[in-house]
Design a protein around this ligand. Sequence first.
Ligand code: ZN
Length: 501
Amino acid sequence: MSHEMTQLKAKLAELSDWNAINSLLGWDQSSVMPVGGGEGRGRQMALMSKLTHEKMTDPEIGHLLEKLQKQAEQWDPDSIDSAIVRVTAKDYADATRVPTEFVGKMTEHINTSYMAWAQARPANDFKKVVPFLEKTVEMSRQYAGFFPQGAHVMDSLIDMHDSGMNVATLRPLFKSLREGLIPMVDAISKKQQIDDSCLAGPFPIDQQLTYARTIAEQVGYDFNRGRLDTAPHPFEIRLHHGDIRITTRARENDLGDCIFSVIHECGHAMYEQGVAFELEGTPLANGTSSGVHESQSRLWENQIGRSRTFWQHNYPSLQAAFPTQLKDVSLETFYRAINKVQRSLIRTDADEVTYNLHVIIRFELELGLLEGSLNVRDLAEVWHDKYTSDLGITPKDDKDGVLQDVHWYAGIVGGSFQGYTIGNVMSAQIFEAAQQKDASITPAIAQGNYQPLLGWLQKNLYSTGRRYDAPTTLKRVTGQDLSVEPYFRYLKAKYSELYGI
Ligand code: ZN
């Protein structure tokens, strides 16, 4: 290894520790920190991110990269060192592109915008956030302009989360999804609706958490390198190869919320637990994109956790955990309840069939806002119209309409919604490929043994971390480019049987 590579790796290892310290402050803030800690923590985190940004943009890293990019011309382009130089160069360039002054103004604006939203949402007062959101849209355009330009203003914002994807590749994908999903939702709505009252309990919180933990162990989340806590919003966070944590929440009157949040976050966490140890301390020791990350949470949550096969094996233990509540509920009744489809207003509560329609609406609105073809002051009305035409349900107010997601009020507009849908689409594609390429996976799942699937995913997907961008990763894992076909095959098979459509 060259002297420069040794020096770069030492700097990157230190940087990954800085990032871990930031993450630990964030984990604490989002899970166990008392309310009174908020003000001090805000200051501490601002200080830490400033110091980390200085480390990331250290000119010495720039000098090392210049030399290493020349050396790398002689290296195997598929080697880990080549990938480290390539990914670090991109991260370094990105970190140095945005002027410090702009970052300061942006942070200040986002803070006031978030505070306005926190008041406006309960008051159902969209007008209050209009001036803030107008400024956010303007600043999002400026922000996008600091990065290499694609054909569309949103391309650089998408690339930040889903490297290798852009508006031109996503538009046709979302169009065919929309065209396939709307008739499916229509057909389901005309059928006998599923009764999911068996999930309303009440189910004691402690027992739910105990049961969810056994499910997490069973699917393969490694508790020697992780832990499960409660938090208002479930999340997964990576501190180090040996410390990848998840959180969940539980509600007494909703059995599915806790179990499926845990399986979802396990999917994210098992992805990161599976990254090859040799990548530790480098920027490659992460998931490669939002979409690929979400594909793994969705694969485990939906393709596995909401399947009949999964519950054929696990329902007896669930009934044993909640004997009074579930003794008279059949497996079939439970299976149907956890897969109920309904037109609803809130994205985060949506089922598998309607979920992507919520995302596609947001994606289209973001395009309009950034292109300038949609004015912020018309946004609430257009939101209503789109929900009426695409989801067949009209929001009664803006609280459960345009004000429901925090994203546009606490960050830039553009780049953060498409990953959810890319993830859903990829999840079916990757699961189908796994089952086709390793015949031992499907029969093992029926026995409650998820190790062959997890092993296959670790070997073919998780281990490579950020070595390849999202399209390359998908191609290596499945042999195919991103396609909606496996996803539609999956939805059609499952929901035609459930609803007789
Ligand atoms: Zn997720």
